[in-house]
Structures are given as structure tokens and as C-alpha cells.
Design a protein around this ligand. Sequence first.
Ligand code: MD6
Ligand code: FE
Length: 217
Amino acid sequence: MITADLFRDPSDRTTPIRLGEGASLLPGFACDRAEAVFAALEEVLRQAPLRRMRTPGGHVMTVAMTCCGDRGWTSDADGYRYAARDPASGRPWPPMPEVFAELATDAASAAGYPAFVPDTCLINRYVAEAKLSPHQDRDERDLSHPIVSLSLGLPARFQFGGRHRSERLLRTTLEHGDVVVWGGASRLAYHGVLPLATGRHPMTGDCRYNLSFRRAG
Ligand code: MD6
Ligand code: FE
């Protein structure tokens, strides 16, 4: 697989970085609200605990997931889909906290997607060695809506390519508070996360969280 590192000035935490047409990385966009977002996240996790889902191919994912909002993404032997209830509890997913929705709308707007209103948030937790192989996000009904993705805690190496698996992947580091907004011509771009390096973060401890806000319905 061909990869190349994206050039980034690590001291610049304000200038948006273009990852592709319609895709931007907003460095540190959420740093000033990370504390409030994390407090709301802990409450969501109490109501819908993280779990490692099984892929349709029978593998157990290394990343632990849960959701909040009007629907949630799940994976099992029958495939990938959005469902109104948490299959682990049979209850509706926890409601999306106000601070989540506001952050998603503000970041989308800063990246050129005004009036984005998410109806679901997929929560991913990575511990050391957890990874997400390159994939497309294509289970949402209307792909004209972007995805807003927030990183909290330990840094991760993120890969970003094109609409075809064979296209070369750029690599960049996603840090605590970084937001990636993803839509338009890049909406179906392949992307993934390399195995997480061991570390400690003052807010999240030994892990990284990724919150991705979507309009799925
Ligand atoms: C992650 N992110 O950053 C995994 N998907 O942990 C994703 O899979 C993702 O960051 C769609 C849009 C943005 C993303
Ligand atoms: Fe994804």
C-alpha cells in the first residue's frame, strides 16, 4: 500500500488543513470545549456501555463502540446498519447531548457545510494496538450530509485516501481536540486508523476516543 505523510506545522493549531476536496482537518477546534464534551460523553457511556462489535465476516473489532442520538450504528453477523435501539439493552440509544450537537454544527459550518444537524454520534474507543482498517462510511441514507469527527485523548495516526481502495493514502496525526469534517467529493473516501501507540492522556488515560457525528436517517 502506498502512503505519504501529510505536511503539517505542529505549532499551527488554527489554520484548517485540506485533506481532499470537501474534507478538512480543523486543528484543535474543540480544545476549549473538550472538558464539557468529555463530561457528557461519560454520562452517555453509563447509559450505553462500550462494546466490541462483530463484523459480518466474523471478526471482533479491536475498537470498542457505542452510540447516542435518534439511531445508532451497529454491526453483527447480519451486516452493518443503523438501528433506533441499542441491541445490547433493547432500549433506545441515549439522547445526543446538546454540547455534542452544537460542536458538530459549529465545526461543519467552519468547514463550509452550514446548517448540519446530526441525528447520531458513533463513539469509538481505542486502547493500545486498537485500529480501524481502511473503510468507507456509506451506511447513511443521504450522502450529501458531511461527517464531523472529533478526536479526544491520545493521538492517532490517521490515513486518508480516495474513493477507491487502490488510491494512495495520506497519513496525518489526529491530536486531542482536532476535528475532521468530511463531505462533498470526499464523502466516500477510504480512511482508517493505524494501531494506537501506548500512552497516557490527562483527560482520557490510556485511550483515545473518536466521536463521529452523522446524519444517518
Ligand atoms: C477515527 N474515524 O478517527 C475513525 N469516519 O477514529 C473514522 O472512521 C471517520 O474520522 C468518517 C469520517 C471521519 C472519520
Ligand atoms: Fe469512518
